[in-house]
Design a binder for this molecule. Structure first.
Ligand code: ADP
Length: 405
């Protein structure tokens, strides 16, 4: 009798595990299909901005630097490059999220200021689509304990989608308000809407309602996944509402407000003007020659003296001969990597006071710790914006000068 029961259970167990295995195989093949679709979409999305960049370069060559042609070319290059930077940033962020490595740097912030940055960034897209944007802001400031950059990213993604998925001349509404202990961000549009059966999966990775080649909007299907993850990292929630296709959509983000009584916001440290404009001797080191020369040219145009090197050994030799005030050093370099080059330079008497900045594609906490240990003063992730770099150099030089006094 006992044996018979045992066998029955065995059969039942086997059936259960077979079912689980079948489910697992189906899930894996679904994930695999979505990943393949995603890679195809990625190639397509990267090609999109590259085609106009190539065209514009050709135009510049053919027009021989004609002023008007260059001015409009520059604007277009800027827009397309920004689009690529955004794509790559989003990609890095999702991969960090899936490895649990994304960082949130929380501080006391005012919600409207983060929202304003996102609005500024979305302005061009809204204008080009001829949308009317209605913004409703709270009368009282709403303070949150949040990462301002991540929050701007959340609102920026939602605004971007609202513009993208709404036909020309539509409406976008952005409302910020406080409801009880929550700061609430609502982004609503009069656009294409979302079918009821798509709503539950809209925040999943790689999900796009329309994946046809003819679709009129760009994107990778990772923006909403990022939004959801970033909001949840702030103990918040995000919901989507839509009455259906053609009925517009609304995304609502709720974040806990800070309870403590607000202290006045500390003003951003200001950089003194004379330092910002002071000419410096700058050594730029990058094994990508185009990267090194273009950054050096930019720095020369803003009044600095520059020199370039393309590997670690060359960097140490050039530093000894050129005696720069500042070194911008890539980390992955042939012959001698950036960390080692920095260490060797710091080991020399003449190298102690050089302002050394790591310019690299790696920006995780571990990379920053390693560059600090090697003697770098700062760590910036490529591609850097000239303005941000100049501000950093001004504040670092001021710090070094104070240390010398
Ligand atoms: P992407 O915009 O890159 O496709 P997202 O993750 O931001 O990726 O959005 C996923 C999908 O959700 C979009 O492809 C679109 O089908 C749908 N979606 C997002 N926002 C809206 C919106 N405001 N109106 C209609 N559909 C939207």
């Amino acid at each position: 009798m006992r044996e018979w029961v045992g066998e029955c259970l065995d059969v039942e167990d086997r059936k259960q595990s077979e079912k689980a295995l079948r489910q697992l195989a189906a899930d894996l093949s679904d994930a695999d299909r979505r990943k393949n679709e995603f890679l195809a979409m990625l190639a397509h999305e990267l090609r999109n901005p590259l085609a106009p960049i190539r065209n514009v370069l050709q135009v510049m060559r053919l027009t021989g630097g004609n002023r008007d042609a260059v001015a409009s070319a520059v604007e277009m290059l800027e827009r397309q490059v920004n689009q690529i930077v955004r794509l790559v940033d989003d990609l890095l962020d999702v991969s960090r999220i899936s490895r649990g490595k994304i960082q949130v740097r929380r501080e006391r912030i005012e919600l409207v200021s983060a929202v304003n940055h996102a609005l500024e960034a979305a302005r061009w897209l809204c204008n080009s689509m001829n949308h009317e944007v209605n913004v409703t802001l709270p009368t009282q400031p709403i303070y949150l304990n949040a990462d301002p950059i991540r929050l701007t990213q959340v609102v920026g993604n939602l605004l971007n989608n609202a513009c993208k998925f709404t036909g020309k001349g539509g409406h976008v509404w952005l409302t910020i308000e406080q409801e009880g202990g929550q700061g609430v961000i609502r982004v609503r549009d009069s656009g294409i809407g979302i079918a009821a059966d798509q709503l539950p999966r809209i925040f999943d990775m790689f999900v796009q309602v329309d994946t046809s080649l003819e679709r009129s909007v760009s994107g990778l299907g990772i923006g909403l996944t990022l939004v959801k993850n970033l909001v949840e990292m702030h103990e918040g929630t995000v919901e989507v509402h839509s009455a259906g296709v053609g009925q517009g959509s609304e995304f609502v983000v709720r974040l806990p407000v800070m309870v403590e009584t607000p202290k006045p916001l500390t003003p951003e440290p200001t950089v003194s003007e004379p330092l910002r404009t002071r000419a410096r001797r700058i050594l730029v080191v990058d094994d990508n020659r185009d990267s090194a020369t273009s950054l050096a040219t930019l720095l020369e145009l803003t009044g600095n003296q520059t020199h370039t090197a393309n590997d670690g050994v060359e960097a140490v030799e050039a530093a000894a001969a050129f005696k720069p005030d500042v070194m911008l050093l890539d980390l992955g370099l042939p012959r001698l990597n950036g960390y080692e080059a920095a260490r060797q330079i710091r080991g020399q008497q003449w190298g102690k006071n050089i302002v050394m900045v790591a310019l690299t594609g790696w920006g995780q906490a571990e990379d920053r710790r390693k560059s600090k240990d090697a003697g770098f003063d700062a760590h910036m992730v490529k591609p850097v914006e000239l303005d941000a770099l100049m501000k950093l150099l001004a504040s670092l030089s001021a710090k070094k000068e104070r240390e010398l006094i």
